[in-house]
Design a protein around this ligand. Structure first.
Ligand SMILES: Cc1cc2nc3c(=O)[nH]c(=O)nc-3n(C[C@H](O)[C@H](O)[C@H](O)COP(=O)(O)OP(=O)(O)OC[C@H]3O[C@@H](n4cnc5c(N)ncnc54)[C@H](O)[C@@H]3O)c2cc1C
Length: 403
C-alpha cells in the first residue's frame, strides 16, 4: 500500500490528509505539536475567519503575491466549495462585514474538533509531538524526526511560514524545500502592525472610517476603513492591509485623514461653526464634539496649542494647523516589523517551480508543497486560510489520481 507523509498539521496539511485518505493508501500527518491546528485555533481572534464570499475575480484580487498561480486550484476548490464542505460536516457559517465567513458558533475550536473527527473516522495516522529534522530523497522520501525515521512514497510539505513561530510554524519547510533543490523567495512579515516613532500617549484608540496613506520612498498606498491607533504602532484592518502591500519596501511615514468625507474647506466650516457657537469653551472641549477627547488633547499638544485656549481666542494660524492635522495626521514609521506579530509570511517556495494544478514540485517527483510555505499570500478577510485549503485540496486530488 502506498504511504504518503504530510509534514505539518495546519489547515493545508489537514485538508490534504483528509481528502487524500482512502482504503488504498496510508496517510501519515506529522506535526511537532501535540494537537492539530495550533495556528488555526488562534485565527480571527479565536473565531476563525475561514473564508470570504467575495466573487471569483475579487477573491483572487485579495491574493497579493502570485495571484495567478491560484487560478487553477481555486477553480477546483473555491470559497463556496469550502462553505459546502463545512456545512456537510455539521459546521454552519455566517457572513460578516466585507464578506468574511465564520463558523456560526464563532469558535475556531469547533473547526478543529470537526477535523479531529474526520481524521479519526478516515484513519489518517496523526503522529504528534514529532519534529521533522531532515528529508532525503532516493527512491523514496526518508524523513528523519526526533522519534526516528519514516519512509514515504509521496511527501507533502505543509509546514507553513514563519510568522507566530510559537505555534510551531518556524520556517523549517524553507530549509527542507531548499535542500530538495527548490528556490526560496526571501521572506518578510506581512499583515503586521506598523511601528511608529512619534506615537501619542494613548493606549489604544479605534478610529472608524478613516483614510490611511502610507508613504514609501517612491510609492503611496491608500486604504480606507477602520484603524487601531496605539502609542507604539498602527494596526487594525487598514493598517495591516497597507503593511501587507508595502511589506517589501521601507515605509517612511503615514498620514491619517480623520475626516475623509470632508475636504479642507468644509471641515474648516464645521470647526468655525463650533468655535462660534461655543466662544467660552476650551478648545479641547470644542474638539471633543468631533473627535475622541484623548486624541484631541494629543493633537493640541503636538501643535503646541494650550488645551485651555478659549474657542474665541484661537488664532487663525492655529485653526489652520488644526485642520491640517485632522486631515493629515502624520506618524513616522519604524521599519522593525517582526514575524512574531505578523499574521502571515510573504515569500517562500518559488511557485514557478510548482505545478499550479497539482502543487507537485516540477523538480522532485512525488513531492508536493502546499499552504503558506508557498510564495503566495493574501490580505485579511479569510483569504489566507482559503489558500491553505485550496492548495491542500489540489495536492490531495493529484496524489489520489496517481495511486
Ligand atoms: C494570529 C493569526 C490570526 C490569523 N487569522 C486568520 C484568519 O482569521 N483568516 C485567515 O484566512 N487566515 C488567518 N491567519 C493566517 C492563517 O492562519 C495561515 O495562513 C494558515 O494557518 C496557514 O496554514 P498552513 O497549513 O500553510 O500552515 P500552519 O497553519 O502554519 O501549519 C504548519 C504546521 O506545520 C508544523 N511544522 C512546522 N515545521 C515542522 C517540523 N519541522 N516538523 C513537524 N511539524 C512542523 C507546525 O507545527 C504547524 O502546525 C492568521 C494567522 C495568525 C498568526
Amino acid at each position: 500500500m502506498m504511504k504518503i507523509g504530510i509534514i505539518g498539521a495546519g489547515p493545508s496539511g489537514i485538508f490534504t490528509a483528509i481528502n487524500l485518505k482512502n482504503e488504498n493508501n496510508e496517510v501519515y500527518l506529522i506535526d511537532k505539536n501535540k494537537e492539530i491546528g495550533k495556528k488555526l485555533a488562534i485565527t480571527g481572534n479565536g473565531r476563525c475567519n475561514i473564508t470570504n464570499i467575495a466573487p471569483y475575480e475579487d477573491f483572487l484580487d485579495n491574493i497579493i503575491r502570485n495571484r495567478n498561480f491560484m487560478y487553477s486550484s481555486f477553480s477546483k476548490f473555491d470559497n463556496y466549495s469550502l462553505i459546502d464542505f463545512l456545512s456537510d460536516n455539521g459546521i454552519d457559517t455566517v457572513v460578516e462585514n466585507d464578506g468574511k465567513v465564520f463558523p456560526k458558533s464563532m469558535k475556531s475550536t469547533d473547526i478543529i474538533e470537526m477535523f479531529k473527527d474526520i481524521i479519526l473516522e478516515k484513519k489518517v495516522k496523526f503522529i504528534s509531538n514529532t519534529e521533522v529534522k531532515s528529508i532525503n530523497k532516493s527512491n523514496d522520501f526518508v524523513v528523519t524526526t526526533n522519534k526516528g525515521e519514516f519512509e514515504f512514497d509521496y511527501l507533502v510539505l505543509a509546514t507553513g511560514g514563519k510568522s507566530y513561530p510559537k505555534t510551531g510554524s518556524t520556517g523549517d519547510g524553507y530549509t527542507f524545500a531548499k535542500r530538495l533543490g527548490h528556490q526560496i523567495i526571501d521572506q518578510t512579515p506581512s499583515l503586521a502592525p506598523i511601528h511608529i516613532s512619534n506615537g501619542f500617549n494613548i493606549k489604544a484608540l479605534n478610529l472608524r472610517d478613516v483614510t490611511l496613506n502610507v508613504n514609501l520612498i517612491d510609492k503611496l498606498y491608500s486604504e480606507r476603513g477602520d484603524l487601531l491607533l496605539t502609542n507604539r504602532f498602527l494596526t487594525g484592518p487598514i493598517a495591516l492591509k497597507a503593511q501587507a502591500r508595502a511589506s517589501r519596501d521601507d515605509i517612511t511615514d503615514m498620514l491619517i485623514d480623520l475626516f475623509p468625507n470632508y475636504n479642507y474647506e468644509s471641515l474648516e466650516e464645521i470647526l468655525l461653526e463650533l468655535l462660534i457657537k461655543n466662544p467660552k469653551k476650551n478648545i479641547s472641549n470644542v474638539l471633543k464634539e468631533i473627535i475622541n477627547e484623548s486624541l484631541a488633547i494629543c493633537i493640541l499638544d503636538r501643535l503646541d496649542i494650550d488645551i485651555n485656549t478659549k474657542a474665541n481666542q484661537l488664532e487663525k494660524e492655529n485653526r489652520k494647523a488644526l485642520i491640517d492635522c485632522l486631515k493629515c495626521l502624520r506618524f513616522k514609521a519604524v521599519n522593525n516589523t517582526s514575524f512574531s506579530s505578523a499574521v502571515v509570511t510573504s515569500g517562500g517556495v518559488d511557485v514557478s517551480e510548482i505545478n499550479p494544478k497539482t502543487m507537485e514540485s516540477k523538480l522532485v517527483d512525488g513531492l508536493y508543497i502546499v499552504g503558506e510555505l508557498l510564495d503566495v499570500d493574501a490580505l485579511t478577510g479569510g483569504f489566507n486560510l482559503q489558500v491553505a485549503f485550496t492548495t491542500g485540496y489540489a495536492a490531495s486530488l493529484a496524489i489520489r489520481e496517481r495511486i
